[in-house]
Design a binder for this molecule. Structure first.
Ligand SMILES: Nc1ncnc2c1ncn2[C@@H]1O[C@H](COP(=O)(O)OP(=O)(O)O)[C@@H](O)[C@H]1O
Ligand SMILES: [Mg+2]
Length: 335
């Protein structure tokens, strides 16, 4: 390991094979640039056949996975990194796996007292075996309309449909099953959409200002990546009391799910002022237009020093023995 923490050697992992490959590559470039501006030595690498030999050769002080989607966020890549004995920034593989599954994350958050929309989870096989029409009737009777259908695991709103009438539901299911073998159907929340990022630079998790997302309809793939379709307010236009409440919900979700160092909780605040937890991301987007960097800038942080403080805190946690090994069943801290 590098004995001079003033110039840590970092490998940023970006790319991967998910639908969000391009976003990940842009996140990786941005984080690398920001860290280099603080004097860190940064190598950006994809997840490919060279990765293991390259990591072995470089023996970096820390690996920062910025992979979005599947193996990047579901704990798999983090499991391999930990097996290789590498030091990794962020949530460990086990807690990543919990967070990656929207129904499981909602269950854990719900048990911790966080409001999350009522939902059912339907695997494609069961849906076919029991007869789609009967099940969908029961879903609408029980959950009402409007509903949101989305893959139980996934990102960038791919495969997500807002369903306002029963006849749209079969089509929404087909769309969803093209991305995932399990659908999450949940009650739609109408209100103000917010993304609340949580960071831990060594003194415990704290929320950045919420970012408000204003778009015509759901915040879908097109609304995210087509400039001009969505307006962002950072900080969100909320009363101080509500801003504090949504920050507390995001920190509570981060803690209940055993996340480490960095996360972003997506929620919608309804007309009564209740923040409804939708999902949490262990590798939030870090591109020039992403929500977390917008929130950090709104809070007055320079991205370089902020990311560097995350890196330094992660390295320090390993140095002083507070990072738990991934084989340990406790699910906090960086490994
Ligand atoms: N229950 C819901 N009510 C209203 N809108 C929702 C709901 N669930 C998801 N959405 C919309 O779909 C988008 C994507 O859902 P989300 O759960 O954040 O998944 P991901 O970002 O991983 O694709 C949200 O940003 C929001 O606009
Ligand atoms: Mg989301």
């Amino acid at each position: 390991m590098n004995p001079t923490p003033s110039a840590p050697r970092i490998v940023v992992l970006a790319g991967g094979l998910s639908h969000e490959r391009d976003v990940s590559l842009r996140s990786g470039r941005r984080v690398a640039e920001a860290l280099r501006s603080t004097g860190a030595e940064v190598t950006v690498h994809d997840v490919d056949a060279d990765l293991v030999p390259v990591l072995t050769e470089l023996a970096p002080d820390l690996v920062w996975p910025l992979l979005h989607g599947a193996s990047g966020e579901d704990g798999s890549v983090r499991d391999v990194l930990a097996l290789l004995g590498l030091r990794v920034l962020g949530t460990g593989p086990r807690a990543s796996r919990v967070a990656w599954s929207k129904p499981i994350a909602k269950t854990v958050a719900g048990r911790a007292g966080i409001a999350t929309p009522e939902f059912v989870t339907l695997p494609q096989s069961l849906f076919r075996e029991l007869g789609a029409a009967r099940i969908l009737d029961a879903v609408v009777r029980r959950l009402g309309l409007p509903l949101v259908v989305k893959p139980s695991r996934g990102g960038s709103a791919l495969g997500m449909t807002l369903v306002t009438s029963s006849d749209q539901l079969p089509r929404a299911m087909v769309e969803c099953f093209s991305y995932s073998d399990t659908a999450l159907i949940e009650r739609a929340v109408i209100g103000t959409e917010l993304a609340v990022s949580v960071l831990d630079t060594g003194d415990g998790p704290f929320a950045l200002p919420a970012v408000e997302i204003v778009t015509d309809g759901p915040y879908d793939y097109d609304a995210r990546y087509n400039p001009g379709r969505t307006e962002y307010f950072a900080p969100a236009r909320l009363s101080d009391e509500l801003a504090e409440r949504v920050g507390a919900v995001a920190v509570a979700a981060h803690q209940a799910l055993g996340l480490a160092r960095i996360s972003r909780t997506d929620l919608i605040v309804d007309a009564d002022g209740t923040p409804w937890f939708l999902e949490v991301n262990v590798a939030p987007g870090m591109t020039e237009t992403s929500l977390l960097p917008q929130a950090a800038e709104a809070a007055g942080f320079g991205l370089g020093p902020l990311y560097r403080s995350l890196v330094d805190a992660a390295i320090a946690a390993y140095d002083n023995g507070t990072a738990t090994d991934h084989l340990d069943t406790r699910v906090t801290t960086d490994a």
